[in-house]
Design a protein around this ligand. Structure first.
Ligand code: RI2
Length: 324
């Protein structure tokens, strides 16, 4: 049992957060849906009768879930989606409040799954007959675009980067091959070597900043750089809950640094005490390196990211200016 700020956390909520932290549950969309699910579980398992205690309890759970991983804004955005609806509903009993949380969490999960379907359809329109694609890491959104375009008979083959150190490229390679695609798994360091055989790059995103910069798995910016040099278009597939509202006021996106043991073994670290090992897991691709972002609301140039944020959060131009 874990107690936080005097609040007892349900076992299943602790397990989901641990799975997110350890990347058993991974991918910006999946961790967002898991976060929403954790809030619904917490609401269902609450046994008290006092409404104010319930509201405090949900705040503690929200903070606990939100802080599982720092970079993908989809997670805090999913939590805010649920908690803001709870606050706005002005409930009069624990029962009513619980229902609002469960309904909002289900709504978010449904929205998220549907967004990926829409992104697949919209994204596939940007792929042309005979295209050779390169992708990085494992992104459900990017994979769904590639599979949809393939089902429309457009894609010739896909180069999948292995994506060290966690090798998520293997998940991508398997799911694309299972869908029938011609897949070539390549080492990360070969990106420039293969780029001349590629027509388009399609990747996902963990967070998109107000200026259109894309924060995604480490190495994405190198793919985009090599693509720009080779005049290959780079598309980013991302649901709108991956846009970061805090970047509107100039806040920077924190880059997660993970355990060095993801890169080398504990034994190697012990044998080489003078070597420091550093494992940042995301990087920033500037908007100039991205041709378009494919969202469920439409395909936008990265420079229009601020418009998505203004619409999502009901901001006017003067709101945005007064926050800068
Ligand atoms: P979807 C992943 O992060 C990758 O960086 C991937 O591109 C991004 O989330 C988006 O994934 P990690 O959890 O939401 O592997 O498109 O660190 O699945």
């Amino acid at each position: 049992m874990q107690v936080r700020n005097g609040v007892e956390l349900p076992e299943d909520v602790i397990r989901i957060r641990e799975d997110i932290r350890n990347m058993v549950i991974r991918g910006a969309g999946r961790i967002a849906r898991a976060g929403a699910k954790a809030l619904a579980i917490a609401a269902r398992e609450y046994r008290g009768k006092d409404l104010n205690d319930f509201l405090k309890y949900m705040e503690v759970v929200a903070e606990y879930v939100r802080s599982a991983r720092p970079t993908a804004v989809s997670l805090p955005n999913a939590v805010s989606y649920v908690i803001s609806r709870l606050k706005r509903s002005n409930p009069s009993s624990v029962e009513e409040a619980r229902e609002v949380v469960v309904k909002a969490a289900e709504e978010f999960i449904e929205y998220s799954k549907n967004a990926i379907r829409v992104i697949a359809e919209l994204g596939a329109k940007r792929i042309e007959n005979g295209d050779v694609i390169m992708t990085h890491c494992h992104s459900t959104a990017a994979v769904s675009v590639i599979i949809e375009a393939y089902n429309q008979g457009k894609i010739r083959k896909v180069y999948v980067k292995e994506t060290r150190p966690k090798m998520q490229g293997l998940i991508t390679a398997k799911s694309l091959a299972d869908a029938g695609l011609d897949v070539i798994l390549i080492p990360d360091s070969s990106v420039r070597y293969f780029m001349k055989m590629v027509n388009k790059v399609v990747v996902g995103a963990d967070t998109i900043a107000a200026n259109g910069a894309v924060i995604n798995k480490i190495g994405t910016s190198l793919v985009a750089l090599a693509a720009k040099e080779a005049r290959v278009r780079t598309y980013v597939a991302a649901e709108t809950y991956k846009f970061s509202p805090r970047t509107v006021i100039g806040e920077l996106v924190p880059i997660e640094v993970r355990d060095p043991r993801e890169i080398v073994s504990e034994e190697w670290i012990r044998e080489n005490p003078r070597v420091k090992v550093y494992n940042p897991v995301f990087d920033v691709t500037p908007p100039e390196y991205i041709d378009a972002i494919i969202t469920e609301k439409g395909i936008i140039p990265p420079q229009a990211a601020i418009l998505i944020l203004m619409e999502e959060y009901g901001l006017s131009i003067s709101d945005v200016l007064s926050r800068s």
